[in-house]
Design a protein around this ligand. Structure first.
Ligand SMILES: [Fe+2]
Length: 363
């Protein structure tokens, strides 16, 4: 196409615009950003939050900020500066602080959520009448539109990771929220029903199925069961990317525990050098124990226990463990189930043995 033809087409598009706008239509304008890019072009940025900086801020939050009433929470949100809101384009991760005797009052919302307990013990959560302990390393789920409240009956400040798929729900304009009529909801006669039925992970009452595809009736995944499973999996051949990795599963259909978010535990052993990979979707890691290095889009994150870091969509990343650093355990959340359900999932692995290189960590 000649330049003059291109120019006249551009002029025609601009000339059309005023008439089209009156009837709420438009055509692609020469200065519009392209609708299609060759590959994902995310504005989300790789980021590393250090426990050395988060810990004192969480103590201040616990001392200076009220927990609120009507279902409000006291949370420190991990905000990505490349996004209008949220930790990633799909979910928002927050750290909730709760003091002994406090109640995070009952409410429900369309966004699905989970809690992964970072520090402390003695709290319980009630989800649609089921009641579960919240102790370090436990994972508890809140399905969409499930009533939930948390009561801290212990003696020390507790913190846990709260992740909601609220960024996705907001982008779909599907946000609903409702406070409960009281501070807490009634607890069922068998308070831990789903765990008693399905929590073994290997057996269940005959003919118990999911009431709807992908629905997971199991609400609690205690730390001891998860870590036992991870130790068993350490006897398998190492995963080239994640060394030892297990996903929290829906015991009824064997799929991921939630429809939008996948939660995983990784054990990275001393000397492990992971293969580099990039995937659609976004990831957050929380370092449960140990220390190591992850290179994300050329940025080196030297992480320790308590740290968080994120991997934006379609960014090369790889894990590396020093020979003398001992083993590390990482909790991971990503949005692979949503990508799979929509048919959008894809990934690309670097050739084995090629490394992204370990650049100096940016401040
Ligand atoms: Fe909530």
């Amino acid at each position: 196409m000649s330049e003059s033809t291109t120019m006249s087409d551009a002029a025609a598009r601009q000339a059309l615009q005023a008439d089209l706008a009156r009837v709420y239509c438009r055509v692609h304008q020469p200065d519009d950003p392209p609708l299609f890019t060759r590959e994902p072009n995310s504005t989300m940025v790789p980021l590393h939050w250090r426990w050395s900086e988060l810990g004192p801020l969480l103590d201040r939050l616990g001392a200076e900020i009220a927990i609120g009433s009507g279902g409000q929470r006291r949370t420190l949100r991990l905000s990505n500066p490349g996004l209008p809101y949220g930790t990633t384009p799909t979910f928002w991760a927050s750290i909730q602080v709760i003091q002994p005797g406090e109640v995070a009052e009952a409410h429900r919302h369309t966004a699905s959520a989970f809690r992964f307990i970072m520090q402390g013990s003695g709290a319980t959560t009630t989800v649609n009448g089921e009641n579960y302990p919240m102790n370090e390393g436990d994972l508890v789920l809140t399905p969409p539109w499930a009533w939930h409240d948390h009561v801290h009956g212990g003696s020390q400040q507790m913190i846990w990771l709260d992740v909601l798929d609220i960024s996705l729900v907001r982008s779909m304009h599907a946000v609903f929220f409702e406070p409960f009529t009281g501070a807490t909801q009634p607890v069922d006669a068998v308070p831990d029903h789903s765990y008693r039925a399905l929590g073994s992970g290997i057996m269940r009452p005959p003919r118990v199925g999911a009431p709807a595809p992908g629905f997971n009736p199991l609400l609690a995944y205690p730390a001891d069961r998860a870590l036992t499973a991870l130790d068993l999996a350490a006897g398998l051949a190492p995963d080239p990317f994640d060394d030892v990795v297990l996903e929290y599963q829906n015991p009824v259909d064997g799929g991921p525990a939630m429809k939008v978010m996948s939660m995983k535990l990784l054990k990275l052993r001393a000397g492990f050098q992971g293969q580099a990979r990039r995937q659609v979707g976004s990831k957050l890691y929380y370092v449960c124990k140990g220390q190591g290095t992850t290179v994300v889009a050329g940025r080196r994150f030297d992480w320790k226990a308590g740290d968080f870091f994120v991997v934006p969509p379609w960014c090369w990343h790889e894990h590396a463990m020093h020979a003398a650093s001992g083993e590390a355990v990482l909790f991971q959340v990503d949005d692979t189930p949503a990508m799979d359900a929509l048919g959008y999932y894809r990934e690309q692995a670097a050739a084995a043995g090629t490394s992204l290189g370990h650049h100096k960590e940016n401040a």
